[in-house]
Design a protein around this ligand. Structure first.
Ligand SMILES: NC(=O)c1ccc[n+]([C@@H]2O[C@H](COP(=O)([O-])OP(=O)(O)OC[C@H]3O[C@@H](n4cnc5c(N)ncnc54)[C@H](OP(=O)(O)O)[C@@H]3O)[C@@H](O)[C@H]2O)c1
Length: 346
């Protein structure tokens, strides 16, 4: 008899013994086991670092991107980019609930998964559309959620595509809420992106009027949205891959001081030292970016004798989904920007 594991190891094909996230191949037969939930998938929200990597590797060609996504899912049984190792999450409707599970949701409910696509069994019948501006892919397909897989029911008061976009990065503002103290100086790299905007907003809430929030964007086109949410005391336009340039610019706007906390929210490689250098020895660097290299961060910090606490951006923090959706509910301007960028299409 098949032994069903709450973490989904019963679906691991290769190598045997690892958990589904670390597996190269998992079983994506869409037969709902007693401890699983079967989902009809509508939209995949590909993690930004992964989407960006696929976009670049395919020179932005839609047909090539479609073929690459199908190749990954067909060969691995899950949407885990072999280059970045990251996944994303999905929006769908519950089709079947295994007999051993007694969740709060019922068949027919719409949910967004809060566990990574990098461990979620997925089968794609057809790709309907790839949305370059939101990193989302509409598909006909199915997915499996394990007994330990968390998800959020789509609330009635917010658009589901908006919710999917926001929940993709909900771990980030939730960690800001934990780490930023009143009067802190806070640096946010990639402040004009999806998680960057949410983090900036939450950072100002925590740091308060006597704290200082410094946002780094790489392009002037992101300035107006960032300015509009009124959470940045300073906005720096610069390339997060240039550590010294950003370091000096941060000191310039922060009275010659390094900052207390830094959040890395970019989607490109080689930004580890741009996070570490401007941060105090006693400070914290939170690497939310999936393009972060542990080796570069650890050895780079050692190389400049930084004792800053380096934290891996865990996608999960308890209450993260509700906290993030509440930010959109409480800030009309944040809501408007998210609707404009990530809201329902046509
Ligand atoms: N830890 C987790 O659990 C988790 C979960 C989800 C996502 N992530 C990761 O979190 C990161 C942010 O995700 P997101 O959805 O917020 O991405 P996003 O909306 O694409 O934002 C990334 C931002 O970084 C900017 N950027 C790119 N290159 C830059 C550079 N050289 N200097 C300064 N800024 C630069 C981008 O600007 P342009 O638009 O001009 O390129 C964009 O504004 C990604 O790495 C993603 O993979 C982590």
């Amino acid at each position: 008899m098949k032994i069903l594991c709450p973490y989904g190891t019963h679906r691991v094909i290769k190598p045997i013994g690892v958990l589904p996230q670390a597996a190269q191949i998992i079983n994506n037969d869409m037969v709902c086991e007693a401890n699983e939930i079967l989902i009809d998938v509508k939209t995949l929200n590909i993690d930004s670092a992964s989407f960006h990597q696929i976009y670049q590797a395919c020179n932005g060609d839609l047909k090539q991107m479609e073929a690459r996504i199908l190749e990954i899912v067909n060969s691995r049984g899950k949407m885990q980019n072999p280059v970045t190792g990251s996944g994303g999450m999905l929006l769908g409707t519950i089709k079947q609930i295994g007999k051993d599970l007694h969740p709060k949701v019922v068949v027919g409910d719409e949910i967004a998964t809060l566990v990574s696509l990098s461990l979620t069994p997925l089968k794609i019948e057809k790709i309907i559309a790839i949305h370059m501006d939101t990193d989302q892919v509409d598909i006909i397909g199915q997915a499996i959620l394990f007994a330990t897989g968390i998800y959020a029911k789509i609330p009635a008061d917010l658009d589901k595509i908006l919710v999917l976009s926001a929940l993709d990065v909900c771990g980030a503002p939730a960690q800001v809420e934990r780490l930023v103290k009143p009067n802190d100086s806070v640096l946010i790299l990639g402040a004009g992106g999806k998680s960057g905007l949410l983090c900036t907003y939450q950072a100002k809430k925590n740091a308060g009027p006597n704290g200082k929030v410094i946002g780094v964007i790489n392009d002037i086109s992101q300035y107006d949205d960032l300015k509009a949410i009124q959470s940045c005391d300073e906005i720096i336009i610069g390339d997060a891959r240039n550590p010294l340039e950003i370091y000096h610019k941060v000191l310039e706007v922060n009275n010659g001081q390094q900052v207390d906390v830094t959040f890395n929210n970019v989607n490109v490689i080689d930004t580890e030292m741009t996070s570490i250098l401007p941060t105090k020895n006693s400070g914290i660097v939170y690497f939310f970016s999936m393009a972060t290299s542990f080796t570069k961060a650890a050895l780079g910090a050692e190389g400049v004798a930084s004792e800053a606490t380096l934290m891996i951006g865990n996608g999960y923090t308890s209450g993260h989904a509700e906290l993030t959706l509440n930010l959109l509910r409480e800030s009309p301007i944040l809501y408007q920007i998210f609707m404009k960028r990530y809201g329902p299409r046509g």
